[in-house]
Design a protein around this ligand. Structure first.
Ligand code: NAI
Length: 696
């Protein structure tokens, strides 16, 4: 796997060949360099063409090598580009399909570039918290002009070759080639043989008001990229293309690249990037596990979740049959789905014909016989074991053999649900998050008896409906909600000790969480947690928790839906207004407990909340409920509004150092108003901290 060398007449064709996207890994770079040397040394060769095999010119750096010694080993990308740029014979890039990151930087080192229409062109490094590191910030402005290049570099978004080729004065492409790309590139190389060779580095970047433009760009980007240093650094690097000599600009870009590499934000982004890919890999389920065909889905229950779940499949072009107990419930469910799509049409996010096409894929029924032939059925009925039992027993009777039977339960035991059927191997949990058509996270709950091909099928389906699917074992709350319970418990202790809900929410929101625990409770409905606590503390009466949340529910303050919860709400609005009544309720309870309030700082609030997540996560990892730490981070990044720039709770704990995490937990344990047992470090956490290791 590397690069192929062949002759076409008197032109050498060097083809990057490292599937799937010709990533510029070590072997590829080495063979590519050998190809260039060979072409330049062979007196019979007049020029060279560089292209990519299969589905890409090149997608850039080989992500498999990221962070390894091989990534920077010579010949590195900078050396390759220099070889090409300094080559004495013309080198033509024949660009097609995908030309991104290092792939584009390599093409920019070539003397000429031909592109096939439809090629996606990008420098996406900013998405990993970096700037392009092999001359992209210096060469792209030289061929596309300052503004277009800066937009591409700061956004990282792909642009189609034909759009770029149409820009007046652009020098990125010598031509757009609609015919035989390779033949045209070989012809060009032969024609240019012996002529002076143009080099991008020799071009000048001009702009009528560069300083004004950079000022404007910095203001805009600063406002949009709070918490992420890379976008502003992209501007610094591009500015060097205007103000410095080429080699100085290149050195400056390198300096910025290396400094960014060490930032926590870059580490977090890379962790999330790899975490997303790693989530679909399950240790004991090989990637070539055969999958079942899912061409038709049934959803049972057209309530809050059933409707949103259905939309995912309709969006992906998969027909859905929705089943309910009563016609009114069906009508209501279908109307809500339609209303959601109509809102998207109004916002210009969806075309009317797409809305019609999606609604045409939806059918409804009150009769189980009508769903019997579905390849998969997802149950989203009331959260009561008795109701689930009835539904799954019926499904077992009616569904065709091999159909996947999924439950959207958020708290119930999937193994018990599976045991209601005679085919527990076909039963699985698909825990969607509300609103199910919007939230990225899908917890795929693997029952004791869930078959591997069922798991593989559901994971692939998750990708098809554009979710981040993460496997969880069976336990109360699965990964996400089991952790959030400890976070909420800790939030309750903070109230007892002296905080207001607003103070807690503000501290953790300033730290980066999308929503603090109390605003979140008001949004989800405080009564849900209340019901769970009633069950939980009957089972575990010794587990201490703050009664404030129960007192709140006793006042009927369920949250936004009752226009009062931890905060007050005005009709039709979602703004959380601090509530005097709640503060008095908390103060009264605190006095009853005999606690003298103290002022708690933001740092303590944040660490008590986040380490509560981390400690429970360590247990989840140790029990094998999650198979890797990055899975837990993906759950929190995609389902719970955990800040991306912190990489997830495990990544954050690692960055703090587990020794320091445990040390802080010991301090919390010494607080008489907290719960010492709460802060007993999970055995895995204690072990890793003692060994100086990390989760990830
Ligand atoms: P919901 O109350 O909005 O909807 C449930 C629907 O199921 C109702 O329309 C009801 O008529 C129908 N239904 C009840 N029994 C039925 C039966 N035997 N046959 C056919 N239809 C029946 O409830 P929601 O919120 O949609 O929850 C559904 C499931 O999703 C529950 O298991 C819940 O725990 C879970 N879940 C809920 C989340 C949420 O935020 N609401 C998040 C994740 C999971």
């Amino acid at each position: 796997m590397g690069a192929k060398y062949e002759l076409r007449g008197n032109v050498a064709v060097i083809t990057l060949d490292n599937p799937p996207v010709n990533g510029l890994g070590y072997d590829t770079r080495r063979e590519f360099a050998a190809g260039i040397d060979r072409a330049m040394a062979d007196a019979a060769v007049v020029g060279a063409v560089v292209t990519g095999a299969g589905k890409a010119f090149s997608g850039g750096a080989d992500i498999k090598e990221f962070g390894s010694v091989k990534a920077g080993a010579e010949p590195n990308l900078l050396s390759l580009i220099k070889m090409v740029e300094d080559a004495p014979k013309p080198v033509v890039a024949a660009i097609h399909s995908v030309c991104m990151g290092g792939g584009l930087e390599l093409a920019l080192g070539c003397h000429y570039r031909l592109a096939a229409p439809g090629t996606s062109v990008a420098l996406p490094e900013v998405k990993l918290g970096l700037v392009p590191g092999a001359g992209g910030t210096q060469r792209l402005p030289r061929v596309l002009g300052l503004e277009t290049a800066l937009n591409m570099i700061v956004s990282g978004e792909p642009v189609k070759a034909e759009m770029l080729a149409a820009l007046p004065g652009q020098k990125l492409f010598d031509a757009l080639e609609t015919g035989d790309l390779l033949a045209a590139a070989c012809k060009l190389a032969a024609e240019k043989a012996g002529q002076p060779l143009p080099r991008v580095r020799d071009l000048k970047v001009t702009h009528p008001n560069a300083d004004g433009y950079f000022g404007f760009a910095r203001n805009t980007v600063r406002a949009m990229s709070k918490n992420f240093p890379a976008p502003l650094k992209c501007i610094d690097a591009v500015e060097a293309s205007v103000k410095r000599r080429f080699d100085d600009g290149l050195a400056y870009e390198r300096e910025i690249f290396l400094a960014l590499m060490l930032t926590p934000e870059c580490k977090a982004l890379r962790h999330a990037f790899f975490g997303e890919r790693a989530a679909s890999k399950i240790p004991d389920v090989p990637e070539d596990t055969p999958q079942r065909k899912i061409e038709k889905v049934a959803v049972i229950g057209a309530g809050t979740m059933g409707g949103g779940i259905s939309m995912n499949f309709l969006n992906a072009g998969i027909p859905v049959v929705l089943l309910e107990m009563k016609q009114e419930a069906l009508d209501r469910g279908v109307a809500t789905i339609r209303k959601n799509y109509e809102a998207q049409v109004k916002k210009g996010k969806l075309k009317q014909d797409k809305l019609d096409a999606r609604m045409a894929l939806l059918s409804t029924t009150l009769n189980y016989a009508d769903i019997a032939q579905a390849d998969m059925v997802i149950e989203a009925v009331f959260e009561e074991m008795g109701v689930k039992e009835k539904v799954f027993k019926t499904l077992d009777e009616v569904m065709k053999p091999g159909a996947i039977l999924a439950s959207n339960t958020s708290t119930l035991d999937v193994n018990k649900i599976a045991a209601f059927t005679k085919r527990p191997q076909d039963v699985i949990g698909t825990h969607f998050f509300s609103p199910a058509n919007v939230m990225k996270l899908l917890e795929v709950v693997r029952g004791e008896k869930t078959a591997k091909d069922v798991l593989a099928t559901v994971m692939a389906l998750g990708k098809k409906i554009r979710k981040t699917a993460v496997v969880s074992g069976v336990c109360d709350g699965f990964i996400g909600n089991r952790m959030i319970e400890q976070y909420s418990r800790q939030a309750g202790f903070l109230l007892e000790e002296g905080c207001t809900p607003e103070q807690v929410d503000k501290a953790i929101e300033k730290w980066g969480m999308a929503m603090g625990p109390f605003r979140m409770g008001d949004l989800a409905g405080n009564d849900i947690g209340w019901a769970i606590r009633k069950r939980r503390y009957q089972e575990k009466p010794a587990m201490r928790y703050s009664k404030t949340a129960d007192l709140l529910c006793e006042l009927g303050r369920y949250g936004q839906k009752t226009q009062m919860g931890w905060y007050d709400y005005q009709a039709g609005k979602r703004d959380a207004i601090p509530s005097k009544a709640v503060v008095e309720m908390i103060e009264k309870h605190r006095a009853e407990l005999g606690i003298k309030p103290r002022k708690i700082g933001d740092e303590e609030i944040v660490h008590r909340l986040v380490y509560a997540l981390v400690n429970e996560a360590a247990k989840i990892l140790e029990e094998g409920i999650a198979s890797k730490a990055s899975d837990i981070d993906m759950v929190y990044l995609t389902g719970y509004g955990f800040p991306l720039f912190r990489g997830g709770p495990m990544c954050y704990a690692d960055q703090q150092g587990l020794f320091n995490v445990v040390h802080r937990m010991k301090q919390f344990a010494a607080n008489p108003h907290d719960d010492a047992s709460f802060w007993q470090p999970a055995p895995l956490l204690a072990k890793l901290a003692a060994e100086g290791k990390s989760f990830t």
